[in-house]
Design a binder for this molecule. Structure first.
Ligand code: ADP
Length: 236
């Protein structure tokens, strides 16, 4: 039955997630354990103890960051909804990140094409927008513009024929873009192209989860070297 299929699907997802977590936490914990033992047994000369401790601290920070994001990911609480103007939420996310953006020579522009009121968890939508804008800023090391376009549209969710009235929040950047073979994987938990200690690969999973919890969905389009647009659809 469909229900059994869904269950099997969910178990597979949990399995993938569990092995991802084991791997992501196992690697830094291994480094911590090895370095600490080397210091303890005197295998490391005393003058190198400090630099080893620095490595241990960095790896411990990484574990902490992963655990924090995993909790966000697991929390998946039912949205606490109230009426909100999506343009206002976009402005708020933009204001929140303006200092960070300025440091990276990035301007965040909000374009309200239509007024769109929706019944949403404002904090969750702001978190989703924040994740997307931070990724956009990271994608533009030389600076540029991130636009958040807010409009009304009619669109069909993936794997459905039926169009529905929605709000769409489009977050566009002029950054490095995403290669097609990566684009199909970006919403997977732990998928990251960022270096060790920089990305956890959980941001877009959290964002995608927030869209789903609102009966919405997400898509992305990208051109390498030109930029990326993420679309967050919310039924209204
Ligand atoms: P993280 O940022 O920790 O890597 P995310 O889940 O937020 O995790 O993103 C996964 C990957 O998707 C990133 O590592 C990056 O390769 C790609 N990505 C996400 N947003 C963008 C963007 N705006 N431009 C280019 N690549 C992006």
């Amino acid at each position: 039955t469909l229900e059994q299929l869904r269950h099997a699907d969910r178990l597979r997802t949990v399995g993938t997630l569990a092995s991802g977590i084991a791997h992501e936490l196992g690697t830094p914990l291994n480094v911590i354990s090895m370095r600490a033992k080397m210091i303890a047994t005197g295998e490391v000369p005393t003058d190198e103890a400090a630099s080893n401790a620095t490595i241990i601290a960095a790896q411990a920070d990484r574990v902490t960051k992963i655990v924090r994001q995993l909790l966000d990911f697991a929390r998946r609480r039912t949205p606490k909804r109230s009426d909100a103007e999506l343009g206002d939420l976009a402005e708020r996310a933009a204001n929140l990140l303006s200092t960070l953006a300025k440091k990276s020579n990035v301007a965040i522009v909000v374009n309200r094409h239509d007024p769109v009121r929706a019944h949403v968890d404002a904090a969750q939508i702001e978190q989703a927008l924040t994740n997307l804008v931070i990724n956009a800023v990271h994608a533009m090391p030389k600076g540029g513009t991130v636009s958040i376009d807010v409009r009304r549209t009619r669109s069909a969710p993936p794997a459905s024929e039926a169009e529905r009235d929605c709000a769409v929040l489009e977050i566009s950047d002029e950054g490095v873009g995403i290669a097609p073979e990566h684009l199909v994987r970006i919403f997977e938990p732990f998928f990251t192209t960022k270096g060790v200690g920089e990305g956890t690969g959980l941001g877009l999973s959290v964002t995608h989860g927030i869209a789903e919890d609102h009966e919405g969905w997400m898509t992305a389009k990208s051109t390498v070297g030109k930029g990326t647009t993420f679309m967050l659809y919310l039924p209204v």
